[in-house]
Each structure stands twice: as C-alpha cells, then as structure tokens.
Design a protein around this ligand. Sequence first.
Ligand code: XMP
Length: 350
Amino acid sequence: MFKPALSFDDVLLVPKYSEIITRKNICLSVKMNPTQEDANKQIILRSPIISSPMDTITESQMATEMSRLGGLGIIHRYNTIDQQVDHINSAITNGVQNVAAAIGASGDYLDRATALHDAGVNIICIDIAHGHHILMKSALHELRQLFGESIHIMAGNVATRQGYEDLVMWGANSVRVGIGGGSICSTRIKTGHGVPTFQSVLDCSHSKYAGDYPIIADGGIRTSGDAVKALAAGADLLIFGSMLSGTKETPGEVLMNKSGKEYKIYRGMASPQAQIAWKGKFSSNEGVVSSVAYKGPVQEVFQDILTGIKSGISYSGALSILDLQAKAKFIKQTFAGLGESRTHIHNKSL
Ligand code: XMP
C-alpha cells in the first residue's frame, strides 16, 4: 500500500477545553538554536514568521519590517554579491539584529557566504530546491570549516524525515521542510515529485532531532489556519511567500491593471522569468509568475496572521507553540467536511 500523505485541507484540529482568557497571554516566541546554552548566543524570534528568500519577497525593506514585527526576513541570493551585501548593510543600518541571507550550494557560494559573514550576517540559509543532495552535504561541510559554530546555518528544502536528519547530521542548525507545495511551484507538475508540506512536517516531527533543530514549514501555507496546523504538526517556524506577497515592503513596483486595480508581481524562483532576470538564461522551468493585488503595508497582513495563529493556539487550550504541539489533536476531514469548513454562504443576487 502507498503511505497516505495528508495536506492541510485533509485535517482539522479538534477544539479543546481552554482556560485562555485573552490571546495576549499567548506567547509565540521561538528559539532558533534551542541547544545553545550561552544566553548571549541565543537567537530568539518573537513570532515564528519568516519571509521567503525570493526576489519578489525579501530584500532589505522586508527584512527590516519583519525584524521590527518580531519575525525574520531572509535576503534572497538572486543578485550579485555586492547587491546582496548592500541589502544587508541597509538592513543593519535600519537596526536589524538578526540578519539572514541566502546562498546556493555551487558556483560562487563560498565567496558569497564569506562576504555575507563579513557584512554581519548571523544566519545563512543554504537555499536549494532539492536540499537532500550531495552538494548540500559538501556546502554544509565547507561552511562549518570556514565559520565553525559562529553562524546559524539554515538549510533546505527537504521533504522527508531522512532528509531532515541528514541535513542536521551534516551540520544544519535548522531545516526548511516542504517540496513542491508552494503557491508558485510547478515542481510536482513538471517532475512528479513532492510531498504535501503538512505530511513532511509531521514526518520530521517524529525525528529524535525535533525540538533541538527547528523544523521550518515552507510552501503551501495559504491562511493562518494552515499556519496553526503546521505548528501543531511540529513546525517551529514558518516560511511565507504568497501570504506576504503584494505588500508594500516586497521588492518591485506597484503596477496598475486596465481596471485601475493596483497589483505587484510574485514569482517562483525556478520560473524562467526569475532566472532570466537573474542570470540572463533559464535552465529549469518549475515555477510560475503571478500578479497579486496590492496589499499595502506588511504590518497589517502580519498582525492579521498573528491574530489568527494566537486564536488557533487558544482553541487547543494552549499557551505557546510547544504547548500547542503537546495538546493538538488532529482529525481527518472528509470532502464534505472540507466543504463545510470553507465559507459557503450562497450568494443570491440582490
Ligand atoms: P508559498 O506557498 O508560501 O511558497 O508561496 C513559497 C515557497 O515556495 C518555494 N519556491 C518554489 N518552489 N518552484 C518551486 O517548486 C519555484 O519556482 C519556487 N520558488 C519558491 C520556496 O520554498 C518558497 O519559500
């Protein structure tokens, strides 16, 4: 038999007895390096939200705002080293404490990592589509040789518990989990490969490393409800692309369509358009380009997501993410249940 693989829409959390009087009592803070005993070296975020290292999501403006709001922004790598360093400098000027930036696992990645480190980055994200790979193994080895334990290394993406455990054993401090579930991904269509992000997170959460090496759910989180399900399944942190797309702080102009509606571009990094913009040609085609309605400042979007997450945690009678993970009870919902779960008012013309 095939192993069942559940998606966010396949499950619901069962509401539990709660003594939470106000959502203000719910703590969303997360330790990115739980095994670190030296308090001065701990990296603690006030909320578990990370903006994706994509060229239409995170440069210095988004990184700055994410930091101010208690999350983290990872400055993307689809530029020259100098351009990426400029973004880092600007974020550090703006007062960003935890500066995160992405690199690849081939080409100039070591020069890039060194430049990022010299510029003051304390979190480096090895950002490759198929992270359970020999290039990841050698990149992690090289980075540890260069920097020892002085930087936090986030690595990914992987889809399986074996992938998560191998990346931890190869030297990663935290792992991005999710392949092919992103809103702009066409990897599953083009390659037939992938695992629903919810299932990947659930599988990784059963690892002996879970709790010490953060699991970062990445791809396919569409609502704060999905975010709560990912956290309850074992994710410590969440990476958002589409949820933050179209906001003021994302790179790119606000455009206007023929009906006068404002929008911005959000695109997959494996889309031909993104690759051509970056290196003048494309070698794969596993992502799409989309226009999204302009959403205004990210602060409002962020607060709305946080409100939903806190409300979700309180429905499980929990006070924190760890408490949620201990108390969460999932049920599988039927197709009819999914219909009921969605807003389903029948609109009658007035
Ligand atoms: P969401 O659903 O939040 O997903 O928009 C964002 C995540 O999608 C991944 N990503 C891609 N995956 N082709 C893919 O298969 C792509 O072109 C692509 N671009 C981004 C990435 O993990 C991101 O955080």
